[in-house]
Design a protein around this ligand. Structure first.
Ligand SMILES: CC(C)(CO)[C@@H](O)C(=O)[O-]
Length: 379
């Protein structure tokens, strides 16, 4: 991976090119089929922009039988499918996953064949239950199902490994730009670009995990047209992406600013973005990543194109009134750094502000009642 490569390849203009390899997806019956021939059975949990585009790619590739969990939009997708405007596949696509269901299927109770893969693209919000592990548990067959975590941040695998000790756990670090524009309407405006590799899990032989990661790449990208790369150094890959996510995501969330506007203010870059990136670089180095050069920070600062109003996912979430991913993007790197003796004053400040913002969202959703806990010293 080149360090000078822009973090985001480009934000495409809204007039999208026609797609040279688009094939209209078949509209099949909406049922959970119990048998598939040689196709890998893939369950997708989380059908926002990223999950929908993954479902589309997997189904198009012809090597996967896709089941998508659709909660709020089940009826609408069943009736009309999802509309997609895609920088890679073309505009005006109507898409239905092969199988859709309203809840994560229970493979034992429903007597379903095991899933080969569960792709998780939900927001990772371990500070609110149910957690990712709780959500996917009914669909996981021990020793069989590989769990693909396509989520930002570090240590996302930590709660998953002990819960599913015999299942391969795979990391997908995704750079796709895909958002839900409105109900059942997806804008895919930056190409599908993923780095995929196995998390190390003590009870899963390394070769089994590696094979699972490589098979996932094969079924997702059988024709080699997407930029899916096997990268065994998952930790390094995740620190690399965190340079951007731990800095631009929280600062844009606090300021409600897009990345070009943040760069137009030298204060925002000099006092917030660059100090956080340098703190993350220092933790990554303390964590054993030795080959990130100092210039990487300046490259990541300038990586986004300037002709957009792009706001990172965390800011988009908070603007929709949704819970956002504080812990794995900010809390975990902060704890890792402080435990290793790396000073992280800027990230610590930003973490405090985000925790307050998250509490506001929790209160608005009835998930937090404003009262003192017994251990609170400020009563
Ligand atoms: C930066 C990004 C768009 C890359 O896909 C995503 O990680 C985000 O917004 O958090």
């Amino acid at each position: 991976m080149s360090f000078v490569r822009c973090f985001k390849a480009s934000k495409r203009p809204t007039s999208l090119p026609s797609n040279p390899f688009f094939i209209a997806p078949p509209h099949r019956p909406i049922t959970i089929t119990k048998m598939s021939e040689q196709k890998a059975r893939v369950l997708i949990v989380g059908t926002g922009g990223v999950g929908t585009m993954s479902a589309y790619a997997l189904q198009q590739g012809g090597k996967a039988e896709v089941t998508a969990v659709m909660r709020s939009n089940y009826e609408a997708v069943k009736a009309n499918g999802v509309s997609i405007d895609s920088v890679q596949y073309g505009n005006g696509i109507k898409f239905r996953p092969t199988n859709i269901c309203k809840a994560v299927p229970d493979v034992v109770k429903e007597d379903l064949p095991p899933f080969d893969f569960i792709l998780v693209t939900t927001k990772n919000i371990p500070d609110v239950s149910p957690t990712v592990a709780d959500i996917i548990a009914p669909a996981v067959t021990p020793g069989k199902t590989a769990i693909v975590l396509s989520q930002n941040g570090i240590n996302i695998e930590k709660p998953i490994i002990p819960r599913f000790p015999t299942n391969p756990i795979i990391s997908s670090v995704s750079f796709i730009g895909a958002t839900t524009r409105s109900h059942c309407d997806i804008l895919h405006d930056d190409p599908d670009d993923q780095k995929i590799g196995p998390f190390s899990s003590p009870e899963v032989p390394a070769q089994v995990a590696e094979n699972a990661a490589k098979r996932y790449i094969d079924i997702y990208n059988p024709h080699g047209k997407l930029d899916l790369i096997y990268d065994a150094d998952v930790r390094r890959c995740r620190w690399r992406k965190l340079l951007y996510n731990a800095s631009y995501n929280p600062v844009s969330t606090i300021l409600r600013m897009d990345t070009p506007r943040m760069r137009m203010s030298a204060h925002v870059i000099d006092d917030l973005i660059r100090p956080i990136m340098k703190e993350i670089l220092a933790v990554a180095r303390a964590d054993g990543v030795t080959d990130f050069p100092d210039e990487l920070v300046e490259n990541v600062i300038r990586g986004d194109p300037l002709d957009t109003a792009f706001k990172p996912s965390m800011c988009q979430d908070v603007e929709k009134g949704n819970l956002f991913e504080v812990e794995n993007i900010v809390g975990e790197p902060l704890r890792e750094g402080e435990a290793k003796g790396v000073p992280m004053p800027t990230l610590r400040t930003v973490y405090g502000i985000l925790k307050g913002l998250q509490l506001q969202v929790k209160e608005s959703k009835g998930l937090w009642e404003p009262k003192f806990t017994a251990d609170n010293p400020y009563q």
